[in-house]
Design a protein around this ligand. Structure first.
Ligand SMILES: Cc1ncc(C[n+]2csc(CCOP(=O)(O)OP(=O)(O)O)c2C)c(N)n1
Length: 609
């Protein structure tokens, strides 16, 4: 019984730290922390096996705080365990502190940023998969709120975890029955939540989330049935302080100084217990070293080839020399050609089915554990995962995403399948690399560049087969561009990328016959953009430029080039300006204004012809 008493004392300490931190910060979510304090005490100081000296110990259990607004509770647990000092807790939310309002990996024990609710379970699925790939005995614990269980992504993740039989994954849901502005969907109807999880293939256990012995007993049962386990814990928001307990209207409100004093009268002062003694170390586990080359033998191309096909070829070649590479695909692998990797390397291939939000979260989890995930789906469908991509940026995730079937050039399938907003989605993310190859050689090179780059990369791939433009040994560094046509007396520079590079080359031929010289730039690195080359070449054509892209007007290559030129040039922007429709690729590019004839017309107009 001594242990239960100690854990109770630790939980009280976590409660007091959480309240103090938020009162000093003047903001935060104390009631959210109070409901989960007993659960956190049992996880961090009894059930989990983890190394407080090394956040990357491969033998350690992982923890994801999906209900990220309970960050003060997480920081309190790390302080009690001796990972950070108790004094540092009072720096919560300060610009000088890594103890942010919601967890981010600025604090090294945090493996993925949370706070956009409903995402943590997917990250946990990725981590549990990584632990399985590593053959590690470690497990992954995800602490969630019951309110966030209304998010569809939670159920995408739940389905995936069961499909992949992740017995090493444990979700703990803090069912306090309250959300931010209201009671939650199921309130304290825990059997309703249990039915849902069971229907998704999980072992579901219901406990009183404030009874330490009951929580510990449930934790002893996890993974026993070869399924992922969820512990549904009945709790009270604000537990331990009568005037906020189970009261709507207290979410996200710190206690004022006098309220804190009253609260502390109820909890008593910090109970005397050395929490560090209760942290269980992991069993020593050494991860097997694997081949991890970043370059790979390139395919030789002579025939017209789609950049998406070259992506698939490159991914397979990379996967053969780098055992950290994993492929995830949203049930379009025969279109993105990730199927080549899937067939040859099934152990590192994950069918994510039609669940794009979960796909990105799983990739984040795998990346957090040192894998190099390449994820692919149609660019159009990545928009469903924009929030997850945003959170991957705050997680500093080393993930690579390929969006295929971009623009009107996909043709007959029509607008629902056309990625026309994807550049606008990835370009604003600071540090995110955006590559847009125009031929098979550059597509393979972009895969190599993305693999070698530490950080999020997006590769934009087209559907139609395009002619080969480059010799097999050409390199495509991030931030570079290629000047494909250049002559003395060129009148206009055309800046294109992907499919429109080929239209620009056709326009070049047409205008050559008219004695009008076009300079053609392949701006394959959309972000970062090769500003120096663009400025130089545009200056060399008298400050006249046309930018042409298979993307909507906002947020794409045109805006990037306009920013680079900063009004220093006469610039025409050709892009998709209306809602497109089905048709043949060439017809669509003509109808919507990005074909060779439109480029030629714009160039003539700029020259007053
Ligand atoms: C996707 C998303 N939508 C809305 C919010 C705003 N929000 C923050 S906390 C919260 C309520 C969370 O309720 P629950 O998951 O039950 O957590 P708890 O009650 O434990 O605080 C909401 C709506 C958010 N952070 N993320």
């Amino acid at each position: 019984m001594a242990k239960i008493d100690d854990l109770r004392k630790i939980a009280t300490r976590l409660r007091i730290h959480s309240m103090r931190q938020t009162t000093v910060a003047g903001s935060g979510h104390p009631t959210t922390c109070l409901s989960a304090a007993d659960l956190a005490a049992c996880l961090f100081f009894s059930e989990m096996r983890w190394n407080t000296k090394d956040p990357d110990d491969p033998g350690s259990d992982e923890f994801v705080l999906s209900k990220g607004h309970a960050a003060p509770l997480l920081w309190a647990a790390y302080a009690e365990a001796g990972v950070i000092s108790l004094e540092s807790l009072l720096d919560l939310r300060k610009i000088t502190s890594d103890l942010e309002g919601h967890p981010t990996p600025r604090m090294p024990w945090v493996k993925a940023a949370t706070g956009s609710l409903g995402q943590g379970l997917s990250v946990g699925v990725g981590m549990a998969l990584a632990q399985r790939l590593d053959r590690s005995p470690a497990r992954t614990f995800v602490l969630m709120g019951d309110g966030e269980c209304a998010e569809g992504q939670v159920w995408e993740a739940a389905a995936a975890a069961a499909c992949w039989t992740l017995r090493n994954l444990v979700a703990v849901v803090d069912v306090n029955g309250l959300g931010q502005s209201d009671r939650t969907m199921h309130q304290h109807d825990l059997p309703a939540l249990a039915r849902k999880f069971r229907a998704f293939g999980w072992e579901a256990l219901i406990v009183d989330g404030h009874k330490i012995d009951k929580i510990l007993a449930a934790l002893k049962l996890v993974g026993k049935k070869g399924q992922p386990t969820v512990i549904l814990a009945r709790t009270l928001k604000g537990k331990g302080v009568s005037f906020i307990e189970d009261k709507n209207g207290w979410h996200g409100k710190p206690l004022k100084a006098d309220e804190l004093a009253r609260a502390l009268e109820e909890t008593g002062c910090l109970p005397d217990v050395d929490s560090k003694r209760f942290v269980h170390k992991p069993k020593p586990f050494i991860k097997k070293k694997v081949a991890a080359a970043l370059d790979f033998p390139r395919t030789s191309y002579t025939e017209k080839t789609a950049t998406r096909l070259a992506y698939g070829n490159a991914l397979l070649s990379l996967g053969k020399v780098n055992a950290k590479v994993v492929a995830i695909d949203g049930d379009v692998k025969n279109s993105t050609y990730a199927d080549k990797f899937f067939e040859a390397l099934p152990g590192r291939s994950f069918q994510s089915y039609i669940a794009e939000q979960n796909m990105i979260g799983v990739g984040m989890g795998l990346a957090a554990k040192g894998y190099l995930p390449f994820m692919a789906t149609f660019a159009a469908f990545l928009t469903r995962a924009h929030d997850q991509i945003r959170m991957a940026a705050y997680s500093f995730s080393n993930i690579k995403i390929c969006g295929s079937h971009v623009g009107v050039s996909i043709g007959e399938d029509g607008p629902s399948q056309m990625g026309l907003e994807d550049l606008a989605m990835f370009r604003p993310i600071p540090g995110c690399v955006v590559l847009y190859p125009s031929d098979a050689v550059s597509s393979e090179a972009c895969v190599a560049a993305a693999a070698a780059h530490e950080g999020m990369c997006y590769i934009r791939a087209s559907r139609p087969a395009t002619p080969v433009l480059y010799p097999g040994n050409e390199t495509f560094p991030i931030g570079g561009s290629k000047v494909l046509r250049k002559g003395e007396g060129d009148a206009v520079t055309v800046i294109a990328a992907g499919i429109t590079v080929h239209e620009a080359l056709k326009a070049f031929e047409a205008l050559k016959k008219e004695g009008l010289g076009l300079r053609v730039i392949d701006a394959y690195s959309v972000a970062p953009l090769d500003k120096a080359a663009i400025l130089r070449e545009v200056a060399g054509t008298g400050g006249r430029a046309v930018v042409v892209e298979d993307h909507y007007a906002a947020g794409g290559l045109g805006e990037a080039v306009a920013q680079a030129l900063a009004g220093q040039a006469a610039l025409r922007h050709l892009c998709i300006r209306e809602l497109p429709r089905s048709g043949k690729p060439d017809e669509l590019m003509e109808r919507f204004g990005i074909s060779a004839s439109h480029i030629a017309r714009a160039a003539r107009e700029l020259c007053g012809r």
